[in-house]
Design a protein around this ligand. Structure first.
Ligand SMILES: NC(=O)c1ccc[n+]([C@@H]2O[C@H](COP(=O)([O-])OP(=O)(O)OC[C@H]3O[C@@H](n4cnc5c(N)ncnc54)[C@H](OP(=O)(O)O)[C@@H]3O)[C@@H](O)[C@H]2O)c1
Length: 250
């Protein structure tokens, strides 16, 4: 299937490792010029080298702490300078934030800044040009919402899902799509500490119909499809990639 992504531009947050890294590689392999953002310079530079070695479009890399108050403005400026108009925004930066039942305000606040406020602010940076050009795709990597323990990342991402639904309603008339990608458990540094040794296989054989955690490429493949015109009728919804882990049927 030709995804017709050649010549497009994309901004990917959380691109230094895990899913964002795989998403950057897959988009670049399809001919998309990516602004890849993270904090770890070494990982970002190795990502750029890997993409080029694989024959993809060389990404522009940016080391930027997403928690900084001016992060959205700085990323938007780097995108304009390095890419020109942005066709695809992948809001992926984040991490699991397990908290006690009585969580500290500072931890809750930090999670909402990282997973909701900055994501919204960054998206808003790109919307005026997307509206003017009457095209654009925003893809938010969200989270599982069936936890039985407290996780401030998942709660903040629930806010993203609701906001994305509203945004999709507003932006459809401009040809802009807004889609959430809900991962199950994907093998990354983010979650490895929680499933050490036998724990991963024990959990997976009990809770995941397909029997194991997903790979970052499983997410990257779906994001790349969603970013393409092949997904032109998908907006205002959440696409789940979890090996069947979610219990809810709807
Ligand atoms: N893996 C899973 O099973 C799973 C499940 C549900 C949801 N998710 C969500 O999926 C997304 C990707 O997670 P992942 O598993 O791929 O995690 P990961 O491998 O730990 O990668 C996280 C990425 O986010 C970036 N990041 C985190 N905090 C940042 C900050 N303050 N400023 C700038 N960049 C920051 C990291 O950059 P640096 O390392 O360079 O700092 C890294 O590139 C996250 O939003 C996560 O919540 C993952």
């Amino acid at each position: 299937m030709d995804l017709n992504l050649k010549g497009k531009t994309a901004v990917v947050t959380g691109a230094s490792q895990g899913m964002g890294r795989a998403i950057t590689k897959e988009l670049a392999a399809e001919g998309v010029k990516v602004l890849a953002i993270g904090r770890n310079d070494h990982l970002l530079n190795s990502l750029r080298e890997e993409v080029v070695a694989a024959g993809g479009v060389e990404p522009v890399v940016l080391s930027q702490d997403f928690m900084a108050a001016d992060a959205a403005e700085k990323i938007a400026a780097a995108a304009l300078a390095g890419l020109g108009p942005v066709d695809i925004l992948v809001n992926n930066a984040g991490r699991s934030v397990p908290l006690d039942v009585i969580g500290a305000d500072a931890d809750w606040d930090a999670s909402f800044v990282l997973h909701f406020d900055r994501l919204r602010q960054l998206t808003q940076q790109f919307l005026p040009a997307m509206i003017e050009r009457r095209q654009g795709v925003v893809i938010n990597v969200t989270s599982t919402f069936e936890l039985r323990t407290i996780n401030a990342s998942s709660v903040a991402k629930a806010a993203v899902v609701v906001w994305a639904k509203q945004l999709a309603g507003e932006l459809g008339k401009y040809g802009i799509r807004v889609v959430n990608l809900q991962p199950g458990l994907i093998d990354t540094e983010n979650i490895r500490p929680f499933f050490q040794g036998e724990a991963r296989q024990q959990f997976a054989s009990k809770e995941i119909p397909l029997g194991d955690f997903g790979e970052t490429e499983d997410i990257a493949n779906v994001v790349t499809f969603l970013a393409s015109q092949r997904a032109k009728y998908i907006t205002g919804t959440t696409v789940t990639v979890d090996g069947g882990m979610r219990y809810g049927a709807f």
